[in-house]
Design a protein around this ligand. Structure first.
Ligand code: MG
Ligand code: ZN
Length: 364
């Protein structure tokens, strides 16, 4: 056999390896085309358990085949806040509490959402806090202090995010730090913007694929116990909308923001109702993912809030709950995964691994 053929044979395994590593998404294998990252802010294992027993011993989360545990500490502190927690997911680095989309070297790093957008994937966020709050902010903004809400709002015009749903409209159109009207700027940029004043639910025009924004409140949206209902429907709507927006796939972040606020308030009913609303959103994401077949769902938390414990009750509910703090704790939080690539999320992982694994799976 001529030498050149022998060389070719030696190269063959390398070529096959290259081809398998660059297999397009959604063509078999364990790589998703779409990723939905669902973050229950402050949702530790007890919050999940309390939701389950309050809901006739049943949660949509039980359909997830893979579970893991995740460490949540930030760069210098054992007890993270939501800004550092979300920055770990979004940018893959441990950072200081309070910082948004900035790592501990004080530099801004491109987020999963920004990287997805750059590669032509569709992107979106749906939250039950203001859209400028720490968790969503870390996926699109780069500021040193999570309190800079009006600054954070300006970042929504710097990335071509396809959809966002949440509160915080006043940081866009009733600003104290400058005279900009960011709602007008979004409309000028081609967004279809509506809000709770004129539309009770986020509802993009199905005839068009214009990028879409719906504001749920001027500042923070209502609690579930006050009548807020949009999260489950918005999650399903956003998934379908983003699938239509790009053939290359999508990245969607969904946050059950107020589970954390129930913990800060040491209010069991507030916490549990928010967990159940978030679980309904998870159910709608599952409905989408089952039909789609190319979507990876990851459900986790940035940290636990309240040091919540169930000390009495039955599997049919009537739980008695105690909190040991009105702040966050360092306990590991659960991770649940469903769909192509889910098997990578078992075991004990770090919050920064969420970034690395999603980045690799979407080949960002
Ligand atoms: Mg949050
Ligand atoms: Zn909190």
């Amino acid at each position: 056999m001529p030498r050149s053929y022998i060389k070719l044979f030696l190269l063959l395994p390398l070529v096959l390896l290259f081809l398998s590593a660059h297999r397009p998404p959604g063509r078999g294998g364990n790589r998703p085309k779409n990723v939905i990252l669902l973050i229950g802010d402050g949702m530790g294992l007890t919050q999940v358990t309390a939701g389950m027993y309050t809901n006739n011993n049943s949660l949509n989360l039980e359909a997830f085949p893979i579970t893991g545990l995740m460490k949540t500490h930030s760069a210098k502190q054992l007890i993270t806040d939501s800004a550092a927690g979300a920055t770990a997911f979004a940018c893959g680095c441990k950072t200081y509490n309070g910082m948004v989309g900035i790592c501990k070297d004080k530099q801004a790093y491109p987020t999963l959402l920004e990287q997805s957008e750059k590669l032509g994937l569709a992107t979106g966020m749906v939250t039950t806090s203001s859209i400028t709050h720490a968790t969503p902010a870390a996926f699109i903004a780069h500021v040193k202090d999570r309190g800079m809400m009006e600054d954070i709002a300006t970042w929504f015009l710097k990335t071509d995010i396809d959809l966002f749903v949440g509160g915080g409209m006043r940081y866009f159109n009733n600003r104290k730090t400058d005279q900009r009207d960011l709602v007008a700027e979004l409309i000028a940029k081609g967004y279809n913007v509506s809000d709770f004043h004129n539309s009770p639910l986020p509802n993009p025009n199905p005839q068009t694929t214009m990028p879409f924004v719906w504001f749920a409140a001027d500042e923070e949206p209502q609690k579930v116990t006050e009548g807020r209902t949009y999260l489950p429907d918005a999650t399903f709507m956003a998934s379908n909308f983003l699938k239509k927006r790009s053939e290359k796939g999508f990245f969607l972040m969904v946050e059950g923001s107020q589970i954390d606020w129930g913990g800060h308030a040491q209010n069991a009913e507030y916490t549990i109702k928010e967990v159940l609303d978030f679980d309904m959103a998870i159910g709608r994401a599952l409905e989408f993912a089952r039909a789609d077949g190319e979507t990876l769902l990851i459900v986790t938390a940035d940290h636990e809030t309240g040091g919540m414990a169930i000390i009495q009750g039955s599997e049919m509910g009537n739980l008695e709950v105690q909190f040991v703090t009105d702040s966050h704790t360092a306990t590991m939080v659960p991770v649940f995964a469903f769909g192509p690539g889910a098997e990578q999320f078992g075991g004990i992982i770090d919050n920064t691994d969420i970034y690395t694994k999603i980045k690799n799976l979407l080949q960002l």
